[in-house]
Write a protein that binds this ligand. Sequence first.
Ligand code: ADP
Length: 483
Amino acid sequence: MKVFICASEIVPFAKTGGLADVAGALPLVLEKHGIEVRIALPKYKIVKPPLDFAQGRQSHQPAGSGLASDSQSQKAASVKDDIEVSKIGKNVRVYLIKNAQYFDRDGLYGDKAGDYADNLERFSFYCRRSLDLLKEINFKPDIIHCHDWQTALIPVYLKTLYRKDNFYKDIKTLLTIHNLSFQGVFAKDEFPKLGLDWPLFNIDGLEFYHKVNILKGGVIFSDLLNTVSPTYAGEIQTKESGCGLEGVLSKRKKGLSGILNGLDYGLWDPEKDTHIYKPYSASALRDKYVNKKMLQEECRLSVQEEIPLFGMVSRLSQQKGLDLIAQSMEDLLGHCKMQIIVLGVGDARYHQLLSGLAQKYPANVSAQIKFDEGLAHKIYAGADIFLMPSRFEPCGLGQMIALRYGTLPLVFKTGGLADTVSQVNGFVFKEYTKEAFVRTVESAISAYRSKRKWMALVKKAFTYNFSWEKSAGEYIKLYQKLS
Ligand code: ADP
């Protein structure tokens, strides 16, 4: 079976969130199952030739290096000048699409001022270039696996602009929705830039309240749909969580499933992690506390083992529960002995809030306003409790990474968090209110005080397995259904 994966961010090339983790890990497992996988990704400015790309798992070749015409692809043509070929896993080829006008910028989707104004053009270009590439390299996949709105035009184009081309006949599409709140919505007057006929701009097509909605196009035109947890698959068909697309999604109910994301257990492994201060395992828990101590030092908190250390690694947005943090942190810090380190970037108002708290409580609060892969690993390892009070969460990787590192997650019962965390392996609140959140933080703090019970909980955390094996099997079943 041949699968072509299209995603706007992929580890180890470019990452702003969980999509990149997923799009980077899934191909590696699929390859192990004998599936021939290839990938296309925009070559953003941050995509550099590899220096230390994850544990020697990647190499990178400029166009014409020969990589594109090795034995597996038999008569594969070499790629054009605007394509660079790289590799992950054993032989998963990654085609990096260059375009100075669209991709040679500091951000993936935007900058401080907000989203780039030409995102519709940038990603429609990426979709069409990816499709054309298939023909150029003579790779006809059984399935194109698309991820999120940036790739959602692929199913649309296949069934319109490319419909009459025999090469694309029989190629099926699967669209995975990682977060329904990002839909790629643009003004109506941008529609002609898509190269589609105007009749497609209607209520049964890409129109959405007089605007263009790219994700909606993907939902309608893809052959199958899935999202990243069973609970979220149900939630997005409701008015409360459907972000306006609940009707279209409900219509496609039969072709819509929920598959929990997995974790790349090679990258996230407390026993082998080179980012953390000292590797550890469930049977050498003393070393987890070495990580805690060093983290407290690095973040300039007071170094005390008996104070529970909360960690948060997150986009700083309302979705991630930052409104609850804003409402309750001052109160909590006033009456509880606790420390918190927050690593993240996002809304300026949360940058200010967290920096203000860190200034006021320097021994107990650390605000790390940046994107820092290494520090993220250190927080997963060194914290006692991982905070993830997301208002909604399609799947969430943070809570799974935390469990892998023996750090107990504290979550709101929603989406993928509800599918992975319960009272048995963490702390869960069921009403999205300040009161319920504060009560749950307090109960985590009091659980931490009981050393023996806490150790038992931590040991239990290590017994959960969120590796890709099971989820990859479910994706393969979906592919088989399509091919
Ligand atoms: P999202 O909705 O952002 O995709 P997920 O929980 O699915 O949320 O995935 C977030 C991923 O991004 C995790 O791997 C997390 O560790 C990482 N991450 C988020 N913010 C940062 C940051 N500031 N620095 C480093 N890693 C981050």
